[in-house]
Design a protein around this ligand. Structure first.
Ligand code: BGC
Length: 250
């Protein structure tokens, strides 16, 4: 059961969520277990939480995939825009593999969500370039061309009108500045227009917790490219992480 039922762990700013994933069905195969993100969320503190979460699932589920909200190359974290700076240059694959006593593969959070949406969700079967964005504390992005991910695109940090894009248009900014849907949609329009000018995608998929309110803001966007809400909602990171772990070890 372990090969097509890995554990996915989604490491977010407020919570760390984990579940066993049925890769055949593209769905969770267990309860979703959640623990609050420790503060400060240093690699060691987070690894402890992972160990506790993984301990809640049967030992037969040997593979584990983990998302991290930063640039990840060959298991090493290279950026920390919204997480503890101690992550920079941490070999997360090695730290988590040691903490959990089994093979762990780490992937950028938006890349995980993107892979899951293309494999099972809103962009299933879509050819050409799909750009999945996650609107949360920051803005995450996944570039997927004909099903193949170009990792670490980091389009949340594009400089647009002199600003780091996520500092104007992330969902956390909408909340902090108490923007109306209309005012936020204007900022999102500026953002997605800049991205479509650069990449001419076939489709945008919008994920992150706020995508459950997509009816309130997606129709207000004035852009050329079709844009739809993510389908896997808050399971996308978990499912994508599990997918990455299974691909990495096959
Ligand atoms: C980080 C990305 C991450 C995104 C969403 C950005 O600030 O740089 O790596 O995917 O936030 O969490």
């Amino acid at each position: 059961m372990s090969n097509d039922h890995p554990i996915g762990i989604d490491f977010g700013g407020t919570g760390i969520k984990a579940a066993v994933v049925d890769l055949g069905a593209g769905d969770l195969a267990s309860n979703r277990e959640k623990i609050q993100t420790p503060q400060p969320a240093t690699p060691d503190a987070v690894a402890e939480v992972f160990a506790e979460l993984v301990g809640r699932f049967p030992a037969s589920t040997s593979q584990v995939g983990v998302t991290v909200p930063g640039v990840v190359r060959h298991g090493i974290v290279h950026s920390a825009a919204n997480i503890d700076p101690a992550w920079i240059n941490t070999d997360a694959d090695a730290v988590f593999t040691a903490a959990l006593g089994r093979e762990v593969h780490v992937v950028n959070d938006a890349d995980a969500a993107g892979l899951a949406e293309v494999e099972y969700g809103a962009a299933k079967g879509q050819r050409g370039l799909v750009i999945v964005t996650t609107l949360g504390t920051g803005i995450g992005s996944a570039l997927i061309h004909n099903g193949v991910l170009v990792p670490n695109s980091e389009l949340g940090h594009l400089e647009i009108e002199g600003f780091n894009a996520e500092s104007r248009a992330a969902n956390s900014v909408r909340e902090k500045e108490q923007l109306s849907w209309e005012d936020w949609a204007e900022r999102l329009t500026t953002y997605y227009r800049a991205v479509e000018r650069l990449f001419s995608p076939e489709l945008f998929v919008v994920g992150g917790g706020v995508s459950k309110s997509s009816d309130a803001f997606l129709p207000l966007l004035d852009i050329e490219t079709p844009i739809v809400a993510a389908q896997l909602r808050n399971a996308a990171g978990i499912i994508g992480a599990a997918l990455v772990s299974s691909r990495a070890s096959s």
